[in-house]
Design a protein around this ligand. Structure first.
Ligand SMILES: CC(C)(COP(=O)(O)OP(=O)(O)OC[C@H]1O[C@@H](n2cnc3c(N)ncnc32)[C@H](O)[C@@H]1OP(=O)(O)O)[C@@H](O)C(=O)NCCC(=O)NCCS
Length: 150
């Protein structure tokens, strides 16, 4: 993207006013809506560092989001661990480097909080997300995903 053009997204902290657009984007990328999830998520997000939840805004419109966290001792992992919980870019604005900008800013923010390693969970059939994280340098880690069907 041309840095001189107005079509360069601004990356800024998420606020409660972004909820509606984030839910719209999430519904478009997932094909289903989950309003209760997002209301709870944004309430929890409001209690965290503003550095850990970001949106990309292009010409006044939110076109992408990322939610991360720096771990306390959740799951008995040390404080230098960060998480990417959720990421989404409006399909009309994909493949323009927006998710890359969001992730780069998030990783910079997490590093400032002392994070030295970042984890995320991806469904192994979600090729576009896997390709994105692979392209960003993520590799299979040492944590194992265990599942019990009940
Ligand atoms: C994955 C996703 C975040 C990528 O967003 P994006 O803004 O299009 O990504 P970028 O343009 O920053 O892509 C950066 C690089 O990642 C890779 N990449 C991104 N999307 C890809 C795709 N669909 N297929 C293959 N590679 C892909 C490419 O290497 C790309 O670089 P390039 O365009 O120069 O080749 C977006 O497709 C998305 O929102 N998917 C749905 C995610 C989801 O299900 N979220 C639910 C809540 S967690």
């Amino acid at each position: 993207m041309d840095a001189g053009s107005s079509r360069v997204p601004i990356i800024r902290p998420m606020t409660g006013k972004d909820l509606q657009r984030i839910m719209e984007i999430d519904t478009r990328v997932l094909g289903q809506s989950r309003p209760e999830y997002w209301e709870l998520k944004l309430e929890l997000t409001g209690r965290k560092s503003p550095a850990a939840s970001l949106v990309a805004e292009l010409e006044g419109k939110v076109v992408g989001f990322i939610i991360g966290d720096a771990s306390g001792w959740e799951y008995a992992v040390p404080r230098n661990i960060g998480w990417i919980d959720a990421i989404g870019v409006d399909p009309d604005y994909q493949r323009k480097g927006i998710a890359k900008m969001l992730l780069t800013e998030m990783v910079d923010n997490l590093k400032k909080l002392g994070v030295t390693r970042v984890y995320t969970f991806v469904n192994w059939r979600d090729w576009s997300l896997l390709r994105f994280f692979d392209g960003m340098g993520f590799r299979r880690g040492d944590m194992m995903n265990l599942e019990l069907k009940v």
